[in-house]
Design a binder for this molecule. Structure first.
Ligand SMILES: *Cc1c(COP(=O)(O)O)cnc(C)c1O
Length: 409
């Protein structure tokens, strides 16, 4: 059961200028062209709910209902948003000599990726505000989540994917009921189609950070993590950063929890992990800039972080700097090696983006930017089952006797 409680949203706010916007109205970007953030009466939340109350609720992210924007529970669109496990990686800990390495495995969420968190909120709010049609450009997982939640909500959806989007994502999106189009262009070209079609199609632009609620959904990663670690945040969080919704959302979660007086101890260092073939945030971080310049010829096998320009670049960079963290890039070879290594040694099938955080951990322990005494959390954002795996070519021919001594090749 979703607890029937009043919600505590007071207003929305421009993330750059602080200009105030009314809640309960349809919004995209602020007048300054920046993302809008949802603000709550946190003192009232802290009075209305306790940590002990949370423990009585179902292990799903709607348990943080008071810190989410949906007013009427009838508008909540659900596909089973379970809390995701935080799994220790003992073999990696031993190999690196690091005290604690935990992977938050987001592959368990509906549609097999953490995009479900953001889209569950965006679509629930769209239903609450009377939106009938939603559209987005996507490199894959976001489109699949939009399609699934829209279908569930009875909202029509349109999804535009660059030609190099993983085939599995294009197919699952179409199968889940979105009008699905591949496009001979890049993600920004797909974004332009969504922007240009607004008038003709009367659809709501659900692009990353162009509406206020996907961040609120991704915020639940931070809330869950805090609760799972008994309200003491880890030392370091490595997050595979594309548009940065999750990193921005978690940082917002930590700020809100601190304001409620629920956190003890320091905030974690936030580390943005990107691929060497598409690392605009790493470049801007190193240059000391607050905005990133678009990355030319972006390429990486990790499609989820193939984002040449992020609308919330300054929010990502602020969080990295305010937390004492940093940004770092890893090669596609390191990603693939790590995907295979974690599968072999820990029994977990990571997505390439998740493997990128593990590769970054190894790299940054060797540079000393991550200490051996640190408690480190990595994010695996999608199930590894959606991605290409090495072929198996060991075959037994039953017309011959089986040579058991050869089975362990
Ligand atoms: C979208 C996505 C990311 C990047 O997430 P952001 O919060 O947008 O930066 C990483 N990995 C996977 C698998 C994704 O689908």
């Amino acid at each position: 059961m979703i607890p029937e409680t009043p919600t505590f949203v007071t207003h929305l706010e421009c993330s750059e200028t602080g200009e105030v916007y009314a809640a309960d109205e349809i919004h995209n970007l602020s007048r300054a062209g920046k993302p809008l953030l949802v603000r709550y009466d946190l003192a009232a939340v802290a009075k209305a709910v306790s940590k002990a109350d949370l423990r009585q609720r179902l292990p799903e992210f709607w348990r943080y209902r008071e810190l989410l924007p949906v007013r009427d529970s009838d508008n909540v669109v659900r596909l089973g948003e379970l809390m995701t496990p935080l799994l220790p990686c003992r073999t990696l800990e031993r190999a690196l000599g690091v005290t604690s390495v935990l992977i938050k495995d987001e592959g368990r969420l509906p549609t097999g990726s953490f995009k479900a968190r953001g889209l569950a909120l965006a679509v629930s709010m769209a239903r609450e505000l009377g939106v009938k049609r939603m559209a987005m450009p996507t490199n894959g997982n976001a489109g699949a989540a939009l399609a699934a939640y829209c279908t569930r909500a009875g909202i029509e959806s349109f999804v535009f994917c660059p030609d190099d989007t993983p085939e599995v994502n294009v197919r699952e999106t179409a199968l889940a009921g979105a009008h699905t189009w591949t496009v001979n262009g890049l993600i920004n070209d797909c974004g332009r189609i969504v922007a240009d079609g607004k008038e003709a199609m009367d659809w709501f632009d659900t692009s990353t950070l162009k509406e206020p609620y996907r961040i609120e959904g991704k915020k639940t990663m931070g809330l869950e993590l805090a609760e799972q670690l008994d309200w003491q945040l880890p030392d370091v969080i490595l997050y595979p950063t594309g548009g940065g919704t999750g990193l921005i959302g978690m940082w917002k979660a930590f700020a809100e929890l601190r304001e409620m007086g629920w956190l003890s101890g320091p905030f974690p260092k936030m580390v943005a992990v990107q691929a060497e073939g598409c690392a605009p945030i790493v470049r801007a971080f190193k240059a000391g800039e607050r905005h990133a310049t678009p990355w030319q010829d972006a390429h990486t096998i990790a499609a989820g972080i193939r984002v040449p320009a992020a609308l919330g670049d300054f929010l990502i960079l602020d969080a990295l700097r305010d937390s004492g963290g940093f940004a770092t890039a890893v090669s596609d070879d390191a990603i693939t090696d790590m995907q295979h290594r974690i599968a072999r040694e820990e029994g977990m099938l990571l997505c390439p983006e998740g493997a990128a955080t593990a590769a970054a951990l190894v790299q940054e322990v060797s540079t000393g930017r991550i200490g051996r005494e640190d408690q480190v959390v990595l994010f695996n954002c999608a199930t590894g089952l959606k991605y290409p795996m090495p072929a198996v070519n060991q075959h037994l021919d039953i017309s011959n006797p089986v040579d058991f001594s050869q089975l362990r090749r």
